[in-house]
Design a protein around this ligand. Structure first.
Ligand SMILES: Cc1ncc(COP(=O)(O)O)c(C=O)c1O
Length: 442
């Protein structure tokens, strides 16, 4: 999202659409509230998915290089079988004794550093961040939250109020402070750590001065909505130390990087060599089934549980747990993160080759299979870089490959395929990107 709400979107009247899609859009507009927006200038219409592919009603296949939720591939048969089997037996809540809840919780926390050994389940990433903020505020006794300057952390009132990405019309909390990242600020990577720490320290001073105090530094360790700022590993460490000195907690939002996307690690924060106090999970945890979690240190999590009455109707229900359990089994058994790492190296090498041609690739950043690819012809204005990124995304869509944009100016391609992608998919993506770049910039 951005200040113009969603740049890569369908604008009525802008493109000629087939009757079937035009009629469906008219019916949507007649009943769905204005919050709903369709992606791409010519919206895509899908009726089934399988692995890396989505299919339209005419059975045209689209290669999915955008959806990070079905990270094991669309409609994974083993995940679906586990979900259906549990749905056919019982869908119970967490107030009944049920071994699968405990089995899965044990397996999940085993994937974290040993200090992080408690879990509370949720249904979405927003809910995970919302709960983590409540825990951090209670444990610290403070209210202030520090986020990156183009962060997105969710849809609830509390998370939207700490999500500057949502644009000027969505009011930020008076208790939030934003810190810029080196990349968008034009600061070289060699100064990234100092730059980050200096800004966090200034935010802490300001929050303390106003009597607000620091409850949390809330960060997505790959800064996905800021444009994917991942390097150098460890650049966030000084900022984290500053928040801890001030009594705040560190919340790692793993909704995007978690569950192996960064390749070498299960969790994005591990790339930076840090251990957060709370970690929030969502998206790929159920490969499409809505389940999330907060994993964290015993002390703040128990303090919250002992103090606040907390009940959650759906979170941790047995169907969600059986689904997430199947996802974790497959992720570990099939060495999915290792595959993500190998494919990310192939993709990066291919992109670096493309960047040597005069097609307008200005920068490539990635952690595993989450890429930000800056586009623009030399000396282009911000507006023309953004237009180029949108044109490339839509040319690729017409060519049957799905990606979108990210960053404050939305001039970077956001590329995050399911983690099961194989060499032939990477090569198909690269060929489609080259065709689009030649069409737009060649
Ligand atoms: C970093 C991050 N945190 C939180 C969320 C919110 O997750 P959900 O849409 O499941 O509520 C998102 C969603 O895009 C996200 O990217």
């Amino acid at each position: 999202m951005s200040t113009d709400l969603m740049p890569n979107r369908y604008i009525p009247g802008e493109a000629d659409l087939p009757t079937r899609e035009a009629e469906l859009i008219a019916r949507r507009n007649n009943v769905l509230a204005a919050s709903y927006r369709l992606q791409y200038r010519r919206p895509v219409h899908f009726v089934r998915g399988e692995g890396m592919w989505l299919y339209d009603p005419d059975d045209r296949a689209y290669l999915d290089f955008y959806n990070n939720v079905p990270s094991l591939g669309h409609c994974h048969p083993e995940v679906n079988a586990a979900m259906a089997e549990q749905a056919g037996r019982i869908s119970a809540n967490t107030r009944y004794l049920e071994p699968k809840l405990v089995d899965y919780a044990e397996r999940l926390v085993e994937t974290f550093p040993q200090e992080l050994d408690r879990v509370v389940f949720t249904c979405t990433g927003s809910e995970s961040n919302d709960l983590a903020l409540r825990i951090a505020r209670l444990a610290s006794g403070n209210e202030g939250v520090i986020v990156s300057s183009y962060a997105y952390h969710g849809t609830s009132a509390a998370t939207a109020a700490v999500s500057p990405n949502l644009g000027d019309a969505v009011k930020l909390s008076p208790f939030v402070r934003m810190v810029s990242l080196h990349g968008p600020a034009g600061v070289p990577q060699s100064q990234a750590a100092d730059f980050f720490e200096t800004q966090v320290r200034a935010a802490v001073v300001d929050l303390n001065r106003r009597g607000i105090g620091v409850a949390a530094l809330l960060i997505d360790s790959i800064f996905s909505s800021d444009g994917v700022w991942v390097d150098p590993p460890g650049f966030i460490a000084g900022g984290i130390a500053a928040v801890r000195e001030a009594g705040g907690l560190v919340i790692a939002d793993e909704v995007q990087p978690g569950f192996g996307r960064t390749g070498a690690h299960m969790w994005g924060f591990e790339r930076h060599g840090i251990v957060p106090d709370l970690v929030t999970l969502g998206k790929p945890m159920g490969n499409g089934f809505p389940i999330g979690a907060v994993v964290g240190r015993k002390s703040p999590m128990d303090q919250f549980g002992d103090t606040a009455r907390y009940s959650n109707t759906f979170a941790g229900n047995t169907v969600g747990i059986a689904t997430a359990d199947a996802v974790l089994t497959i992720l570990q058994r099939d060495q999915i993160p290792q595959n993500a790492l190998a494919m990310s190296e192939r993709l990066r090498a291919g992109l670096e080759k493309l960047a040597m041609l005069p097609y307008g690739i200005l920068g490539i950043r990635n952690a595993g299979l989450f890429f930000g690819i800056d586009l623009g012809l030399e000396d282009a204005t911000a507006a023309s870089r953004r237009a180029m990124a949108l044109n490339v995304v839509n040319a690729m869509r017409d060519d049957g490959v799905l990606v979108s944009t990210t960053g404050a100016n939305e001039d970077s391609l956001k590329v995050r395929p399911p983690l099961v992608c194989q060499a032939q998919h990477v090569d198909q993506f690269l060929a489609a990107l080259e065709r689009a770049l030649i069409k737009i910039a060649g």
